[in-house]
Each structure stands twice: as C-alpha cells, then as structure tokens.
Design a protein around this ligand. Structure first.
Ligand SMILES: [Zn+2]
Length: 750
C-alpha cells in the first residue's frame, strides 16, 4: 500500500466540526448565540476552512431523490471475507487546487480532494482507495485519455455523523489509465473502495462494484460533484492566467460567456474549468440595478476536429433589464511548482460599446453538423439493430422472421444485424458450417425470407457473426456435433492452463480461411448488404503448440513467457493484433470478391491507453484507417451524454473518419441499475417481440431516456450511424416509442 506522500495531512474524523456542520447542513436554528474562536488568517484558505464555507451553501434538502440516491455509497462487500452492510452519503467533494503543477514523479504530485460525508449506517471499517481497483478515475478531457489516482486517506465509517477527510493523491501508476499529462481532468468514476479492519489494519473486502442490488456511488452522474472536482494540470514553472474572452448577446434573458485560460511554461494554452467565475451585469441607466451571475463550465467542441474545451456560461435573468455593462471576476486555487496553495484573482470590465454581440450557439460552437440528405430530401442516417438469435428466434418460423422485420420497421431502424453465427453454429442454411437444424435441412429458409421482407421495408440486412465463438457450453465434454469445435477440435484456443476453450484460435490460418469462406458463401447465396463482426478479438490467450512454434519462428521469443502478464512486450501485442487483422482483412477481400459495395463493420474496441495490457488484438482504428471496415460500433450503454462523449472521443480521435465510430445504445437497463428513482424509465420484460422468453433481471429501457444521447452524438460527433443493442430487450410498447420518440424522422442507411 502506498503511503501519504503529500504534505497535507491524512484524513481523520473531526469531532469538533461535526456539531457545527450538522447545524449548517440542515439549517437548525440556533437557540442561543455561542462565541466561536475566529480562525487565524493563515488558515482561511486551508481546505478545512473552504469546506466549511462550501457547506454553508449546500442544501441536501433540495436534492432530487435521484441525486440523494446517487450520492450514497453502499458498504456492501462484493469480495473478501467481510460480512455486513453500512451506508454513507457524500455531501461534498472538491479539488483543493483547480490548477496543479505537472511533475514526472507521482510522489511529488500535490493534488488532493476534500470530502465531507455523512455516515448513515456505521460499520467497523476504514475505507481506502489506495490499491488494486480502488482508485479515482479521471478523464483528461484535453488529451482524451483516462488517468487514475490512488489516494492515501482512510474514510472512517465507525460512527454515525458527518465527517471530513482530505484525499491526497499518491500515484497514478496502475494497471490501467495513462500517465499524468497536461490538461483538464474531470472525475469519471471511482472503482472499488477497499475495506480495512481498523484494529488489525487488515484488508477484509471491497465494495462499490455496482453488482447485486446496490448501484455504485454516482460520482460522474452528479453534476455538482463533477463540477467541484475539475482541475487542470500544467507546467507551472512559469505561467499566466487570463480572462481570454468575454462574450454576450447583451439581450434580456440572454447569456454571459467567459473563456478562462492559462498559458503554461511550455507555452501551452489550457482551460481552467475548476476556477470560479462571476459576472455582474448592470445598466448605466440605473447603477443600483445590478445582477450577479455565477457561471458554469460547459464542454464545447471545437468547430473543426474533436478537441474539447471548457468555457463558462450563465444565463442572464429573464426579468432583468437590458444590460450594457459587464464585470467579470474570476478566482483560481493554484498549487504552483513550489507546492504552496494560493488563490489568484482576475477581473475584467466591459461596456456594450466595447463588445459586439455574439449568439450563445456561436459561442458554444453548436451548429457543427448539417443533415445528410439524398436527392429526394430523405435523411441519410444509419440505424442498426442487433437481434440476438437466442431470445428473438427469428430463424425458427416465417412468422417470427416477419415479426422481427416489423418491429425494426416500427422502431425506425434501417439496418438489421441478425445474428447468423453463434457458438459454432450457423442460423442460416449453409454447407460450410454446422447449422442449428443439425443434419436436417430447415423446412423454410427463414434467412432468405427475412431478407425479402426487410428489403421490401427499406431495411438493409447485414448479418452479425460471433467470429471467435466456437462451441456451446464451457466444457469440451458438453460440445456436440455439428458445433464447429466439436468437428475441428484443433481450431480451439488452448489457454495457459492447457484447457481447450470454447473459443476459436484466431492464430489458426485454417480456421480463418474456413470462416472467411463461410461468410463469402453466405454473401454469394443471399442478397445481404454486408456483414458485421462481433467477438472479432482473441478473447483469451492461446498458447497451443502451433502458436508456440509459430511465435518463436516469427519473433524469436517464448510465447508462454511473453504472454505471462501485462504489460506485455510489444511483439506479443503485435502478434495478437496481427492474427485478428488477418481475419478482418481476409473477410474484406472475400466480400469484395463476391460483390462490390458490401459493407463490413465490427463491434467493440479497447482503450488505446491500455494497448500494452490488452490481449485482445482488437484494433478497429487500424482496420478503419486501412479501409478494411466501413465503420465500427462502441458500446455507450449509459444515459449520460457527457460520459459517453468522453469515452467516444478517446477512440474517435485515433481514426481518420470519426463519424464512422458509431455509438451503440442499450435498449435495456440491468436490474442493478434500476432504482426507485428511475423506475419509470424502464419497464419489465418477459417476452420479446417474437414471443420468445427472455431471461430475468433485465428491463426494457424507455427510448425517451436515449434522446439526449442521440442528440449529442448527432450534433457534436456528427455520427452518421447509431446502433441499438438489442431487439431482445424491446417490448411492443418500447418498439413503438422508439419510432415515435427517438427516431421520429424516417431515414435511409448512410
Ligand atoms: Zn494457438
């Protein structure tokens, strides 16, 4: 465990503060006045003093039930020996510095958070974020990569009451995340909280995994906490703060916008969203009439490209007179190179005659995207729907094939990704693969029928295949002909324990050739418009004899040794990537050989920052840039556009055509994420649109929830396609709403 390496004190309960904080938080009326000792001037800027001031403007009673729930940390162990349940609520959390000096040595990085929390149900525990998956995860918005921080404090949850703790970052070195780089850091998540026995100082478990019935602490989904923990990292050996730009429309009920920037020691210009910015708007005609506005940082995407910035914006009050004078005051807590924390102030005053009006849309760089339309004026926007063959058994009867197409049409979708290959079996008739019908041919070719129906409805069929899935059931003994690996056991992946897995070995040239031939044959026999590859990755590590031999011949290295643990040597990562690339390239060439214009897409990606820790060999960025695929989809299953865009941008900035990185929205809400507060956002689901049974524990998400996601990706990312996963989580009701609310305008595939 790493210790506390900063100069700030580690956390402990502050019993003296508890009483006064309770009074502050819940507005208890003082019945008598009590003299309080005034803090010495040199403590006013201390995080403790700032925390107390912040609590004066905190109003938990005004939180929505959803927010109150998101701030709860359930102390329910998901691993370890500890038994029991406790609960705390995070009242406040802020970054002690909004601007911090960049260092190479993690031990010398001086940043901390400061937390105030209320223990609602105590447990005999201390909580730490100092090891393993227990870390604070931040997005570097400027560099578009995640960085995680371990911290050196302990959260005491042994007694009921309100407590405060300083959370000093100790290191960013972890199995995940990128090293610290300059840029704006935004809180994205907290992993596990490690639970320690306070007496023995022994690890006894971990909580906050978001499994079971307890949702994880909703840090990134609580805007106030995201706002108060923003900080910028820069080279502060020399720096200049500036109110770079002020913008307004000078209109009644209009807005005030400010760009607050820093020029650092390297000459890099960065935003300071962690600062505080206020505007006083007033009019010459009545100097007593003034209104003070507090500006909020908002993410603004540059007009060209994908760089994101932060600007500050506030709306002027509707009832206010036309204003003609603006006074901007900004302050920033800076922990500069020498390590001292200080507050810096800036101000700027402008009159109407100094500044031409600008619209808010222009200040925020909205209006980035224009609809793509065909000659008849029809919107061109791909909307792809995956159809899981096990829950929507479209292949079983003509009626189910028709119901599948009808649901997709009602939903406003224009691409159908029906799964035709899964667990080593084909769900379309084929001579090159064992089929779900075994030896007997199917009574009706439901795949051909589905294609006919879909084409008549203006829907493109691009079947999806689980590329690396080789057999049904985990254990070899359960495999049965004609599942692929039962027929071709030598194509199975052999893991480091020597077990034959139900996964195909991507390194087997024979497997790849056979799979490519199967897809080419499908494309030849059916009027499909393309193919989509799912599980186009290694999934696990193969160390079979053939792989060992070929690896040595190719790289000179020892496969077993190189595959042992992350970070892997580059040659091993390239070995994995090479095998998957061969498959993608091979499918592309085969499809080109059948019919020009067939689309090829893939699903899934790995964070670029984790390349040397990844065994998957999954590089859709490379495949797209090489022209082997037409687009790829990434899972953006939540409902928070900010989070989803940050995740998307990490990937999209690695490709030449970011509009070809499609978001894939979830049509379901897992039971663990369904709470009393969001219960009306989803409906129970037992039967799918074809009447097939779905497993328990999932809810169909109301498409209304996805509207902000759709708009964000359409307007900001200029996405030319969207995916929905999956038709099996759609009910008759949510199918109708998808067409009416989420995709009200009909569109043809892009
Ligand atoms: Zn192998």
């Amino acid at each position: 465990m790493s210790g506390n390496k900063t100069s700030t004190s580690t956390g402990a309960a502050l019993p003296a503060l508890v009483v006064s904080l309770l009074g502050l938080c819940w507005g208890v009326q003082a019945q008598e006045s009590v003299a309080r000792k005034v803090e010495p001037w040199w403590l006013n800027g201390a995080p403790e003093a700032r925390a107390a001031r912040r609590l004066q403007s905190l109003h938990p009673e005004q939180w929505s039930p959803q927010e109150a729930e998101r701030r709860v940390l359930h102390l329910a162990p998901t691993m370890g020996e500890f038994q029991g349940y406790g609960k705390l609520r995070l009242l406040d959390l802020f970054a002690t510095a909004a601007l911090v000096h960049l260092v190479d040595d993690p031990a010398r990085f001086r940043q901390s958070l400061y937390a105030t929390y209320e223990v609602l149900e105590p447990l005999n525990l201390l909580l730490r974020s100092s090891s393993g998956s227990g870390f604070w995860s931040f997005d570097n918005v400027t560099a578009a990569c995640p960085t995680v921080f371990y911290s050196g404090e302990a959260w005491d949850v042994r007694e009921r009451g309100v407590f405060q703790v300083n959370v000093p970052f100790t290191t960013w070195q972890s199995y995940t995340g990128a090293p610290l780089t300059p840029g704006v850091h935004r809180l994205a998540d907290h992993g596990l909280f490690q639970m320690y026995d306070p007496q023995a100082n022994k690890w006894v478990g971990a909580c906050n995994a978001g499994q079971g019935k307890y949702p994880p602490l909703g840090l990134a989904t609580t805007p106030a906490l995201v706002r108060s923990t923003l900080f910028t990292v820069a080279d502060l050996t020399d720096y200049r703060l500036e109110i770079k730009r002020v913008a307004t429309d000078w209109a009644r009920g209009g807005y005030v916008g400010v760009e607050l920037t820093l020029t650092d020691g390297q000459g890099q210009v960065l935003d300071l969203p962690g600062g505080e910015v206020e505007a006083t708007v007033s009019s010459k005609t009545g100097s007593h009439e003034a209104s003070r506005l507090s500006l909020d940082p908002v993410v603004v995407y540059e007009r060209q490209g994908l760089d994101a910035r932060y600007k500050f914006v506030a709306r002027a009050p509707q009832e206010f007179f036309d204003f003609d004078r603006l006074e901007i005051n900004a302050s920033v807590w800076v922990r500069a190179a020498e390590g001292l924390l200080r507050e810096e102030h800036l101000s700027k005053t402008l009159n109407r005659s100094d500044l031409a009006p600008t619209t808010l849309a222009a200040f925020e760089n909205r209006e980035r995207r224009k609809d793509a339309r065909d000659e008849a004026g029809k919107l061109r926007e791909s909307r792809a729907l995956t159809v899981h063959e096990n829950f929507v058994k479209w292949w079983e009867t003509p009626e189910k094939a028709r119901q599948t197409v009808a649901a997709a049409q009602q939903m406003g979708m224009n691409i159908l990704h029906v799964y035709v290959y899964q667990h080593g079996l084909s769900y379309a008739p084929s001579k090159l693969r064992g089929t779900v019908w075994g030896d007997a041919p199917p009574p009706v070719d439901t795949f051909a029928l589905l294609i006919d129906e879909a084409r008549a409805a203006g829907i493109s069929v691009q079947p999806m295949v689980c590329t690396a899935s080789g057999a049904m059931g985990d254990d070899e003994k359960g495999w049965a002909a004609p599942q692929m690996l039962k027929l071709h056991p030598d194509w199975a992946l052999v893991n480091p324990q020597g077990k034959h897995r139900n996964i195909a070995d991507m390194h087997s040239a024979e497997f790849r050739a056979a799979f490519i031939a199967y897809l080419a044959d499908l494309a030849r026999r059916y009027e499909i418009d393309g193919v989509s590859l799912d599980f186009i990755r290694c999934i696990e590590q193969c160390v079979c004899k053939r792989c060992q031999r070929e690896y040595r011949a190719k790289t000179g290295g020892d496969l077993v040794k190189d595959a042992a643990k992350p970070p892997f040597p580059v040659r091993y990562v390239e070995w994995q990537e090479g095998a998957v690339a061969e498959m993608v390239k091979g499918v592309r060439e085969a499809l080109n050989g059948v019919r020009p214009g067939l689309k090829l897409s893939t699903w899934g990606h790995d964070p670029p920052a984790d390349r040397l820790s990844s065994i998957q060999g999954r590089r859709p960025d490379v495949w797209l840039n090489n022209g082997w695929i037409d687009w790829f989809a990434i899972g953006t299953y939540g409902d928070d556009p900010q989070q989803a865009l940050a995740y998307w941008r990490e990937i999209a900035r690695t490709v030449d055509h970011p509009e070809c990185v499609w978001p894939l929205f979830a049509t379901y809400l897992g039971a663990q994420y369904r709470t009393e507060a969001n219960a009306n956002e989803s409906v129970p689901i037992t039967l799918t649109v074809t009447g097939d049974k779905i497993h328990g524990g999932v809810f169909a998400r109301r498409p209304q929830v996805l509207v902000p996601m759709y708009k964000a990706f359409r307007d900001i990312c200029k996405s030319n396609g969207f995916g929905l996963f999956d038709l099996c989580y759609v009910t008759q009701e949510t199918a109708r709403d998808t067409g009416e609310v989420l995709f009200p305008e009909a569109a043809g595939p892009w």
